[in-house]
Design a protein around this ligand. Structure first.
Ligand SMILES: Nc1ncnc2c1ncn2[C@@H]1O[C@H](COP(=O)(O)OP(=O)(O)OP(=O)(O)O)[C@@H](O)[C@H]1O
Ligand SMILES: [Mg+2]
Length: 438
């Protein structure tokens, strides 16, 4: 069996590799991948490129030739595929994924096997990982940008818990971020159900699997974690990630994490971090799970509250909102007026009207409905032709996903929020765009 798998790994198909649809932009290019581009998996998935490499397998970008879309596939390396326990682990990962359906959690499409080596097919998230975002910056992310990512991450983890799954390996490299700043929790490799007696294939012996710096100390306790407190291990990891995002450093001064050492004075690490954040972060990384922040949604609410306090409310801003749908428009205007109490928020029925008004009056932010592509085009063209200082443009709606990210940024779009409108997403994105002008 091993030999045959190895053969497939080494084989290079003569078929031409299909072009990547422009909608996704160009795929990341990585050489030295153990699975050659062109390999056909399960008679349906044509491998295009490598995306990442983990402990037991690799993640590749592939084209689903039946459904004509890009997918990401995690494939077990042949040396592990021979071990039934490893195969069971990948199946457990797939089954954990299959229990959850949420915008901020990676979606599984299928599970298959190639000559004894299992693979799981999932949604492809173009873009990067939180790990790379943090690593690329010399300084911590801005508070607004950080909160924009963290609030989505908390929501994804909360959805997992609501579906009865604990992630247990939350860390920046397992958090995907697409070009529109959508956050997706990935890598459910050591996730477990909260069921009192988890069914097969969830194994018992992965309790200490994880990454020490992000792992709650109680995970190593010989008595284990009380079932009611198991989801709080994920809250600890979220707290560590939040510290890293907001301060650029891990919360504890000890060498390997696990709550070792002293809690760092977080505020001193990032002078832009207001005092309101310190107790919120400290409560999430509390070594004692019984007094830790109870769940991801509570942590998210506290982060958002601290971010609200941190915002400079004295700035006079001018914001224009364009949407033909009055209910949506009113909802957006209300959310923005609440978040920016001193701002002048004006609603318009049409994008071109709003663009004309924006050109007349100096406006900081224009929120444009992108549902109708033609109307969006008119408004963006109008703005591009103007010589006056241009506002930041936030597009709302799902049809814009049909255009490539870079195409829209070239046309002057700075940010994107999905419909149906979630006021928090709108406000967080608006803060990111407006924070540069503070
Ligand atoms: N659905 C996806 N879309 C795009 N990229 C992905 C996807 N899934 C994974 N990746 C990329 O592959 C990397 C490894 O994926 P993942 O963390 O799931 O694998 P792993 O084998 O569990 O790795 P490790 O054990 O090191 O955490 C990710 O950090 C990410 O860069
Ligand atoms: Mg991983």
């Amino acid at each position: 069996m091993r030999g045959r798998v190895d053969e497939v790994w080494a084989r290079r198909s003569d078929d031409t590799v299909p072009a990547v649809p422009s909608v996704m932009g160009s795929p990341p290019s990585r050489s030295m991948h153990p699975i050659p581009a062109g390999t056909l998996l399960g008679g349906q998935y044509r491998v295009l490129d490598g995306l990442g490499r983990g402990a037991m397998g690799v993640v590749v970008l592939a084209s689903d030739e039946r459904l004509d879309r890009l997918v990401a596939i995690k494939i077990m390396l042949p040396q592990y595929a021979a071990d039934p326990r490893s195969r069971k682990r990948l199946l457990a990962e797939a089954r954990a994924m299959a229990r959850i359906r949420h915008r901020h959690v990676i979606e599984i499409h299928a599970f298959g096997e190639l000559q004894g080596a299992p693979f799981l097919v999932m949604e492809y998230v173009p873009g990067t990982t939180l790990d790379r975002i943090i690593g690329q910056r010399a300084e911590p992310l801005g508070v607004d940008e950080g909160i924009n990512l963290l609030e989505q991450l908390c929501r994804g983890v909360a959805a997992m818990h609501a579906s009865g799954i604990v992630h247990r390996d939350l860390k920046p490299s397992n958090v995907l971020v697409d070009p529109w700043s959508r956050v997706v929790v990935a890598d459910l490799g050591v996730a477990r159900p909260l069921d009192p007696e988890p069914p097969e294939p969830f194994q018992e012996d992965t309790s200490t699997s994880g990454t020490p710096a992000y792992m709650a100390p109680e995970r190593l306790a010989p008595s284990g974690t009380h079932p009611r407190l198991r989801t709080r291990g994920d809250v600890y990891s979220l707290g560590v990630i939040a510290c890293q995002v907001l301060t650029g450093q891990l919360p504890y001064s000890g060498p390997v994490g696990l709550g070792v050492g002293e809690l760092r004075p977080l505020r001193r690490l990032n002078p832009l971090l207001l005092p309101a954040f310190e107790p919120v972060l400290a409560a999430a990384v509390n070594e004692d799970p019984t007094v830790r922040t109870p769940n991801p949604l509570a942590f998210r609410a506290q982060l958002l509250e601290a971010a609200h306090l941190a915002w400079n409310h004295h700035r006079n801003l001018r914001i224009a909102v364009a949407d033909v749908d009055k209910a949506h428009r009113d909802l957006m205007c209300m959310a923005l007026a609440r978040a920016f109490p001193r701002a002048a928020v004006a609603g318009h029925g049409r994008g071109d009207e709003a663009a004309a008004a924006v050109i007349r009056e100096q406006t900081d932010l224009l929120v444009l409905d992108g549902t109708t592509e033609s109307e969006l085009t008119v408004a963006l063209d109008l703005l591009q032709r103007t010589g006056s200082p241009r506002p930041k443009v936030l597009v709302v709606g799902s049809s814009v996903r049909n255009s490539g990210f870079s195409e829209l940024t070239d046309r002057g779009v700075n940010g994107f929020v999905d419909k149906p409108i979630e006021p928090t997403r709108l406000v967080c994105q608006a803060r990111v765009l407006l924070s540069g002008a503070r």
